[in-house]
Design a protein around this ligand. Sequence first.
Ligand code: HEM
Length: 234
Amino acid sequence: MGNSWKETPRPNTHCINPAFMSAIQRKRPASTSKREPVPTERSVSSEPPKSGGLFMLAFNILTWGIVLFFVSSFLITDSWTWGYRGKWVNVNTWIPKKQIQLTEQELAKYDGTNPSLPVYIAIDGDVFDVTKGKGWYTPGGSYHFFAGRDAARAYATGCFKEHLTHDLRGLGENQLKSIEHWKTFYNNHHNYFKIGTVKHVPIDPKSPIPASCDKAMPQKPKRQQDDESNEKQK
Ligand code: HEM
């Protein structure tokens, strides 16, 4: 029993060479030997704001600006968009649509006579889906003659029988401007959208320029039903 310490030797943790200890202490960086200073309130506030903080500030200002814009619009105008009802508040405007190219024969199928197909009109080569306004463009509508074709000339002259063609030869500057006006009308309409272009058969330059019509507007084209009821009254 008296010799048991010799039989079970344990590592002596206290017997570290003092020279080795002082060597370790000399290598330890000065900062670890001292406690880090605790930042005071003054030292925090005097630092310039970090870029993350600036971003959050801008984000908050923007968010509240947007909320204020819509809420005040609703309170003042009873509309979330200050009364604006144009194409930019239509969700469809933001969904990119694949543009197609149609031949004149293909375009003719979309003249509103087939209720299962959309209704297209074309103006100076650009084709627009006007299905949402089919009351105007399907049979019986005041502007059915515009559907399924490019009748750009009629938009300028108001000759709704004689000028249902894309032939613009001989038109004056103002007439060409009014075609642009109608293009803009279809482009900016909140319910219509451009779906592509029509590939026209080239116009023979030797063919005669469409003659001007005598009864060129101004008068609103009649609805087919109006014509029928007038005839019945006679
Ligand atoms: C060159 C002559 C004209 C052209 C090319 C033309 C064309 C058109 C077209 C394409 C539409 C349908 C708009 C849509 O899709 O929403 C329309 C609507 C209409 N047009 Fe004409 N039009 C002409 C002359 C006239 C005239 C002379 C009148 C009246 C005296 C008239 C009265 C109307 C009215 C009241 C509407 C409905 C507008 C609405 O409620 O949105 N148009 N016109």
